[in-house]
Design a protein around this ligand. Structure first.
Ligand code: PEP
Length: 246
């Protein structure tokens, strides 16, 4: 299966800097044609980025959506509107949202249902804290997040993002990544049957150009969710090239 390299800009980026980023990405696309690329900027930049990348093979997605499809929910953005904007994917249940906005598994699940209903591809994030890992709870925590956040009949992507590896420069060992990806696969097959067997499982947490190749070569790593290193087109492309074996 082609690997998916997804960039999560978080609350970064600007209109002023967008054209330079899009230009940088377009200039390097030829060498990463073997992977699927996705960039998830803040919502106001979704449409402008799609327009700047027009006809290029880069998908553009969002970082969150509302649980409800429409109505009296001030400040929320619906999955339907994101789809209308041209977004293809939406990141859901990122640990920063689970922490900053107290999002529960049930809310992530409702958002995933709304996203699928709107035609978006959800990327559901799961991952343990440093304390949970040191207590030997990593697999248990991730299994519980999957059981609570992944709706029945889910079609989408899962991202394993250990919280302690996000933005810290710390990365799990290859064995640790392999062990959790195996546990995620088993849980997905149990929950979703055949669909779970073929679902992409991304790794996220301090993926950089210099460690991408080793991480992306691990069994059952279907790509990467990249935060900080996705903000520079050159670094994002270098990670994508590593996925392509370049
Ligand atoms: C993320 O925010 O999803 C992430 C993985 O961040 P970083 O790559 O900066 O660790």
């Amino acid at each position: 299966m082609r690997q998916l390299i997804a960039g999560n800009w978080k609350m970064n980026g600007s209109f002023a800097a967008l054209a330079a980023y899009a230009g940088g990405l377009k200039a390097g696309l030829a060498r990463v044609s073997a992977v699927d690329l996705l960039v998830c900027p803040p919502d106001p930049l979704v449409r402008p980025l799609i327009d700047m990348l027009a006809s290029e093979s880069v998908a553009v997605g969002a970082q969150n959506c509302a649980e409800k499809r429409a109505g009296a929910h001030t400040g929320d953005v619906s999955a339907d509107l994101l789809a209308e904007l041209g977004a293809s994917h939406v990141i859901l249940g990122h640990s920063e949202r689970r922490m900053d906005h107290h999002e529960t598994n049930a809310q992530v699940r409702a958002k995933a249902e709304a996203a699928i209903g709107a035609g978006l591809i959800p990327i559901i994030c799961v991952g343990e804290s440093s304390a949970e890992r040191s207590q030997g709870e990593a697999v248990t925590v991730v299994r519980a997040q999957l059981a609570g956040s992944v709706p029945e009949g889910f079609t989408g992507v899962i991202a394993y993002e250990p919280i302690w590896a996000i933005g810290t420069g710390k990365v799990p060992t290859e064995d640790e990544i392999t062990q959790i990806h195996e546990a995620i696969r088993t849980a997905l097959v149990r929950q979703l049957g055949e669909a779970g067997a073929g679902m992409r499982i991304l790794y996220g947490g301090s993926v950089k150009p210099d460690n991408a190749q080793a991480i992306l070569a691990l069994p059952d790593v279907g790509g990467a969710l990249v935060g900080g290193a996705s903000l520079k087109a050159e670094d994002f492309l270098a990670i994508a090239a590593a996925a392509a074996g370049g």
